[in-house]
Ligand binder design. Structure first.
Ligand SMILES: Cc1ncc(C[n+]2csc(CCOP(=O)(O)OP(=O)(O)O)c2C)c(N)n1
Ligand SMILES: [Mg+2]
Length: 362
């Protein structure tokens, strides 16, 4: 019989980066310390409005992708990010040009936030030649070196090792870049994650491991599958500090991103951010979602929705209903244009089956 655990309240807090033990001292992990980086108070109206718009773009894009999937216009797998928008928005807005991004298959929002045009992502979903992977990758296998977006990976956990390699290349090239490797709570139990952690700390690689803890790996809850369910502590054996963050609050995500980036850019090695978040939709479009109740999902939507939360803060700053409406209309227009384009633009020529299969020169 499976035993469900919830140890959230019993765990001691992890040290913040500033409290990390040095080699001469015993590890301080397990001692008290703040675990949340806390909201960034001084982002200002314009940047907070930009964050709100980015989250809304992901939400509307994903809703449209879900509709198009239902109409049979998108084939194969399709994993939506609805509910988790604050994580990628808070992280990406703190990055510099040249930083690398890698993630799993729940990747549409990450691409949009790497400035890949919505129509290029949507056309990939519908398998068209104009898609960002020429219509040959689909939802899970998008890639753009130009935008420093290194996938889009269907093998759970693979992006952690590959991302560690990207971080190594930044260090080797001395280009000042950082890699953000996003992965899920389920992926956090993969063996290759820990081999990567070891190398990253040993070589002080510039990488932030962003665990998007949306509480479920397909139909298995994190408590049911994880001996240590406080995922920010997963680097303790490797002396990698971790911070647990409210992943439903874009300002908390942004604050954590700033703190983590300062640590990593200072050459102190990797850091783990555990973003506590939630996905509203099924694991993929074909998930019957029998492992949780509708009430559970509805309660999160009602109490913790990241977009509604940001909207309330903006209202307090004086943003008017007319401004919100204008933002919504503009975003719907962008998404509808992307969808129309993705439906009308041609499929790849049959000859494309034979290109991009092997690298032709080394
Ligand atoms: C190596 C490997 N094992 C199993 C799978 C099947 N699988 C696909 S997604 C998934 C769950 C991953 O959950 P999580 O890491 O929490 O990410 P989320 O889907 O919640 O974003 C599993 C087990 C896979 N794709 N690759
Ligand atoms: Mg998960």
């Amino acid at each position: 019989m499976a035993v469900a655990k919830n140890k959230a309240e019993q765990q001691p807090a992890a040290p913040r980066p500033s409290e990390k033990a040095d080699d001469s001292k015993a590890s301080k992990t397990g001692q008290a310390g703040a675990v949340s980086a806390g909201p960034v108070a001084d982002l200002g109206k314009d940047k907070e409005l930009a964050a709100y718009r980015d989250m809304l773009l992901i939400r509307r894009f994903e809703e449209k992708a879900g509709q198009m999937y239902g109409m049979g216009l998108i084939g194969g797998f399709c994993h939506l990010y609805i509910g988790q928008e604050a994580v990628v928005v808070g992280m990406q807005m703190a990055l510099h040009d040249g930083d690398a991004i890698i993630t799993g298959y729940r990747d549409h929002g990450h691409m949009l936030l790497c400035n890949i045009p919505p129509k290029d992502v949507m056309a990939e979903l519908t398998g068209r030649a104009a898609g960002i992977s020429k219509g040959k990758g689909g939802s899970m296998h998008m890639f753009s070196v130009e935008h420093k977006f290194y996938g889009g990976h269907g093998i759970v956990g693979a992006q952690v090792s590959l991302g560690t390699g990207l971080a190594f290349s930044h260090k080797y090239a001395e280009d000042g870049g950082v890699c953000l490797a996003y992965f899920g709570d389920g992926a956090a139990n993969q063996g290759q994650v820990y081999e990567s952690f070891n190398m990253a700390e040993l070589w002080k690689l510039p990488i932030i491991y962003v665990i998007e803890n949306n509480q479920y790996a397909m139909g298995t809850s994190v408590n049911r599958a994880s001996a240590e369910d406080q995922l920010y502590r997963r680097g303790e054996s490797f002396r990698i500090p971790g911070i647990q963050v409210d992943g439903m609050d874009v300002l908390a995500c942004r604050g954590a991103a700033e703190e983590a980036l300062a640590w990593v850019r200072a050459g102190k090695g990797p850091l783990i951010l555990e973003m506590k978040t939630y996905r509203y939709r099924g694991h993929s479009m074909s998930d019957p979602a029998k492992y949780r109740s509708r009430d559970e999902v509805q309660a999160v939507r009602d109490k913790s929705d990241p977009i509604e939360h940001a909207k309330k803060l903006l209202e307090d700053m004086g943003v008017t209903e007319a401004e919100f409406k204008a933002a919504d209309q503009d975003i719907r227009k962008q998404v509808n244009e992307a969808a129309d384009f993705a439906e009308q633009t041609p499929e790849p020529e049959p000859g494309e089956l034979y290109t991009d299969v092997l690298v032709e020169s080394y």
